[in-house]
Write a protein that binds this ligand. Structure first.
Ligand SMILES: *[C@@H]1O[C@H](CO)[C@@H](O)[C@H](O)[C@H]1NC(C)=O
Ligand SMILES: *[C@@H]1O[C@H](CO)[C@@H](O)[C@H](O)[C@H]1NC(C)=O
Length: 486
């Protein structure tokens, strides 16, 4: 009898012990949940472990022999969202890890460990916080609904909202609607989309003990490409490029317009029309992208695409960054040639790389990275400097683009030499011309001198010629006088 009471008492103690062991785990949907289950002291020998979920059954089981079983629905095609890390077993930690937690994973889980000497039973309640934003890319003026749900709902918990980290105070555009659900009230915000509502919506769940968060992003946009304002588009001079402007499906932009913006300005008064080489690239309604067949070096700058949707003027601006290579191969005689990689806006470039591209007789391309930095110096006259020199430029997220400089065959630095030669030729031609002119002048002077000498040989003749001309002048003068008097 006493024995039975002892057992009953022990069981009752265990039961109360179990009740105290209920652990609450709050987790944001999509993240990883860790359901704790520890036995102390750690068992010396292999233990049998069983994880079950209330109303579902076995989640995961391991026998003493090491054999594992997954419950139905928890292992799909060899990969499983659940895991019990073996390397922790030695420390008595049999926690269950659930990755990519879903709303339906919420509920009560029980862990049972039996190592032959001690038995452990723990209950863990997993509560999944789900924030949903619908639609996640909203159109200005359109309806939006943001809701926060916790599955299963924690009695006595409270919900608050933060927008971009700050407590959110609803104004006219959006209001909190109470939706009675399973006897509790969850938080749903409903209203019309404005710019103010864009950003990260965080649902703050306050349990008695702690605060748990879940966040979703709401972007208000009618233009899906480019995805953010002031996106940079890189293009080499002479290459083709497309400036994207694509509206969200379901929107029909009215009066889409492209403009070129003056540097540092967004005001429409300073906008100019596009260069004539820019053409609308598609006839589709949602796509107002323009393409440029051959980018000119002066095309770099800021552009804006806009269109009216549901009474809102939507716009996006982007920047065309033009890349070119400036060379001094032909201007400096016998000096090292330099190629400079020049971008109209290098602010996002973190690194330049020069690559030498050559083609063998079969036309097979081979590339060789030569150096870093935006200036390439080639010091030696080398026949292999011909081919293509490509300047690749990188940003923080990887390659942004490249630009190619073609060195003609048998040129490169030999090009510099040729340039020097032709300089010499010009000088020789110039000098010869000067000499020729000098010779002509000297010849003329000599001729004049000879003539004068000949005239002085006949002084009388000179007098006669002189008298004759004087007489003719006198006669002429008299004739003019007579005509005047008549
Ligand atoms: C060109 O191609 C032929 C056969 O395709 C090959 O045997 C030869 O080695 C190649 N030459 C070079 C320079 O790659
Ligand atoms: C330069 O960019 C073009 C287009 O992105 C690419 O096809 C080409 O391989 C690049 N050239 C080099 C040498 O990186």
């Amino acid at each position: 009898m006493l024995w039975e009471y002892l057992i009953f008492g022990g069981v009752a103690f265990l039961m109360t012990g179990v009740r105290c062991e209920v652990t609450e785990v709050f987790v944001e949907a999509g993240s990883q949940a860790v359901l704790p289950c520890e036995s102390s002291p750690p068992s010396a020998s292999a233990a049998a472990i069983l994880w079950t979920k209330a109303n579902v059954g076995t989640v995961w089981r391991k026998e003493k022999s090491g054999l594992q079983y997954w419950g139905y629905g928890w292992a799909k095609q060899g990969t499983s969202r659940i895991q019990c890390p073996y390397d922790e077993f030695g420390r008595g930690d049999y926690s269950l890890h659930i990755s990519d937690v879903r709303e339906e994973d919420g509920g009560d889980y029980t862990c049972r460990v039996d190592d032959g000497k001690q038995r452990v039973r723990k209950v863990v309640t997993l509560r999944v916080i789900t924030v949903s934003v619908s639609p996640s890319v909203a159109v200005p003026g359109g309806d939006v609904s943001i809701s926060c749900d916790v599955t299963p709902w924690p009695m006595g918990a409270t919900l608050r909202w933060r927008l971009n980290g700050n407590p959110f105070v609803p104004q006219n555009e959006i209001k909190e609607v109470s939706i009675p659900d399973r006897g509790v009230t969850k938080s749903v915000m409903e209203g019309k989309v404005t710019e103010r509502l864009t950003g990260d919506w965080t649902c703050v769940v306050n349990d008695q003990k702690k605060e748990s968060l879940a966040t979703k992003h709401l972007s208000v946009k009618g233009i899906i490409n480019p995805s953010s304002d002031n996106t940079k588009v890189y293009a080499a001079v002479g290459s083709a490029v497309t400036l994207p402007c694509v509206f969200s499906p379901g929107l029909t932009p009215y009066n889409p317009v492209w403009e070129r913006l003056s540097a540092g300005s967004l005001s429409p008064s300073t906008a100019r029309s596009l260069p004539p080489s820019f053409r609308l690239s598609s006839r589709r309604l949602l796509d107002s992208s323009v393409s440029v067949g051959e980018v000119g070096s002066e095309d770099g700058g800021r552009y804006r695409c806009s269109g009216t949707v549901k009474g809102y003027r939507l716009s996006t601006s982007l920047q065309l960054v033009v890349a070119k290579i400036e060379s001094n191969v032909h201007s400096v005689k016998k000096a090292p040639a330099t190629l400079t990689c020049h971008l109209s806006d290098p602010s996002e470039v973190t690194e330049y790389e020069w690559v030498h591209v050559t083609y063998d007789l079969n036309g097979t391309e081979s590339t060789r990275s030569v150096q870093k930095g935006n200036v390439l110096r080639i010091d030696k006259v080398a026949g292999d400097s011909s081919g293509e020199w490509v300047c690749r430029f990188y940003g923080e997220k990887g390659i942004l683009g490249n630009v190619t400089y073609h060195v003609p065959l048998m040129s490169g630095l030999t090009g510099a030499k040729e340039a020097g030669l032709s300089d010499n030729t010009a000088m020789v031609i110039g000098l010869s011309f000067l000499l020729l002119v000098l010779l002509l002048v000297v010849a003329q002077m000599y001729k004049n001198h000879q003539r004068r000498k000949r005239i002085f040989q006949f002084p009388a003749l000179e007098t006669i010629v002189h008298t004759i001309s004087n007489e003719r002048e006198e006669r002429e003068r008299n004739r003019v006088k007579n005509e005047d008097s008549v």
